[in-house]
Design a protein around this ligand. Structure first.
Ligand code: HAM
Length: 407
């Protein structure tokens, strides 16, 4: 038996319907803020991803040469593709651009619960606005989006300027090590790096600081102070609930200012359900230097966090016909479908009683059609919940089901 590739999943109808519902909730939530959907190819030139992150990232990607010898990668995320698209068309776009996307991404990772090799991201990119209002809007959209799905989470907000100001005097190599410790929240290892003065102590104090005043007392005044205070004040005005956290290190060489992450409260190790921040990528792809801010939600992790959900079946009609009623049955089924009702007919030539017992399993109504009904242009409509039935015209039967309110 052939199996699916490692780290991928099949989705049966119940699960897929649950996913579609959450996806729809997210679409509605972002469109209320004026974000419109874009779509990019699932594969891109490899360079699009190595330009920013270096060759090291190839290890974590599905990268290959195509038959024309081009270096190609399956997209590991959508920010770079969306910014490439922006740069390609930038001249004719009205700025700022508010875009959202929902698409699958591919990472060559060790699979576990909540971590897959094919997974879906729902994200937004706000391109071309450099303001506290812009940063705060994106955080507020992310917060409201997650809220709308019903997931329980904590949003943490920080800004890389704080950490950068403390690390400014360190050699780049040592900075990297510090960042790695912070990313893993391994404060013990931080102490062991032998940082001069009381840098380790300052970093820990910064990470643990609960108010902006406390944090700026540690860093001293920095040029970004006003902007950071303004952003936090606007986030408050959006009534976003969050925890201040200046320990968020999210790839310091990618993000340029605010950074934020959300964590689901009921997931294990892979509990980060959203990540984002302010960045500049457009100039790397041949465009003008363009401030941008965005986030991506790990859609699959949101689904894991929401758990099994009951899928409500739409009102279903089964058409059960004798051989003499079968052809009229096709007209009957068409009339119900035309009215928007899910209608299923027997395809196996089963006896009427076998059709009725089958219908009892998956339908709310059964329409029985024998030779007599076919001749008279009537149908027998049985309500499977109450057992009541009546022989009526097709129009009356359709109207009865439509008006039953169970749709
Ligand atoms: P990221 O943190 O690499 O950021 O990914 C965003 C989210 O995707 C994560 O928080 C996680 O929920 C989900 N995710 C990542 N890898 C996997 C995986 N293997 N399986 C399941 N879910 C996963 C980005 O991708 C940036 N592009 C976010 C961004 C947008 N920054 C600015 N704009």
């Amino acid at each position: 038996m052939i199996q699916k590739p490692r780290g991928t999943r099949d989705f049966f109808p119940d699960e897929l319907e649950a996913r579609r519902r959450v996806e729809e909730t997210m679409r509605e939530a972002v469109s209320r803020w004026g974000y419109r959907e874009v779509s990019t190819p699932e594969f891109e030139n490899l360079e699009l991803f190595t330009l920013r992150s270096g060759e090291g990232i190839i290890e974590e990607m599905y990268a290959f040469q195509d038959k024309g010898g081009r270096d190609i990668a399956l997209r590991p995320e959508l920010t770079a593709p969306v910014l490439r698209m922006y740069v390609n068309e930038a001249k004719v776009l009205n700025k700022p651009v508010r875009w959202y996307y929902f698409g699958d991404c591919f990472r060559y990772e060790r699979p576990q619960k909540g971590r897959y090799r094919q997974f879906w991201q729902f994200g937004i990119e706000l391109v071309g606005a450099d303001s506290a209002m812009a940063d705060a809007e994106v955080m507020a959209v992310g917060y409201n989006l997650l809220k709308a799905t019903g997931v329980s989470f904590e949003l943490r907000i920080g800004d890389l300027a704080m950490m950068r100001s403390l690390l400014a005097d360190l050699e780049p190599d040592l900075q990297k090590k510090v960042r790695a410790c912070l990313d893993k929240r391994d404060y013990g290892a931080l102490e062991e790096l032998g940082l001069g003065g009381d840098l380790a102590g300052s970093l820990t104090a910064l990470i643990e600081s609960k108010t902006l005043d406390d944090a700026f007392a540690i860093t001293g005044s920095i040029p970004e102070e006003d902007r950071i205070r303004e952003t936090f004040a606007i986030v408050d005005a959006h009534e976003v609930q969050y925890a201040q956290n200046f320990g968020i290190a999210r790839g310091l060489d990618y993000y340029t200012g605010c950074v934020f992450e959300a964590f689901a409260e009921n997931l294990g190790a892979e509990n980060q359900i959203m990540g984002g921040g302010a960045y500049r990528l457009a100039h790397l792809f041949g465009g003008e230097e363009t401030p941008s801010v965005g986030f991506a939600i790990g859609f699959d992790r949101v689904m894991v966090s929401l758990g099994e959900q009951e899928v409500k079946r739409p009102t279903t009609v089964a058409v059960a016909a004798t051989p003499e009623g079968r052809i009229f049955g096709i007209t009957v089924a068409a009339a119900f479908r035309q009215a928007g009702i899910r209608t299923i007919a027997d395809l196996m030539g089963k006896s009427l009683s076998a059709q009725l017992s089958q219908a009892a399993k998956h339908a709310d109504y059964v329409v029985v059609i024998g030779g007599r009904e076919a001749e008279a242009g009537m149908v027998t409509l049985r309500n499977l919940a109450t057992g009541s039935q009546q022989t009526i015209s097709l129009e009356e039967a359709v109207a009865g089901v439509v008006g039953s309110g169970t749709r």
